[in-house]
Ligand binder design. Sequence first.
Ligand code: 9L3
Ligand code: MG
Length: 135
Amino acid sequence: MTDRVKARVVVAGALYDRGRLLAARRSAPPEFAGRWELPGGKLEPGESPEEALVRELREELGVEAEPVERVPGEWPLGPGYVLQVWTARLISGQPRPLEDHDELRWLAVDELDAVDWLPQDRPAVEEAVRRLPRD
Ligand code: 9L3
Ligand code: MG
């Protein structure tokens, strides 16, 4: 990535509820299927990262969520993309794997190693959980 080309942003949510973090297992594309991630996706034209995050969590999980805090850092994805993460509070709804996922798990902070995270998500999750309220 050269400085002339700005990396495009993929947003993901460290969605929490009562001290637990939501992990989502990808069902597509084939090279990521079965690996776990923080749900989210690419910005659409004209969207702010926070707007994109609210939309993605609504589309993928059927919930309303509120971005709380940007997790410091940025994790390179494939060519031309970077992952940015926000902690996000669940406002309403029970998350369901509506799009791109086939399983969801609420993980306690001592259960984070129980799932096989995508490589870029693992450091992001570590950074994010330090910022979650414990209750
Ligand atoms: N990606 C990686 N970790 C994440 C998310 C939400 C996305 N937590 C990667 C997978 C895809 C790209 O970013 O290569 C775009 O994500 P999506 O729009 O397919 O969810
Ligand atoms: Mg997605």
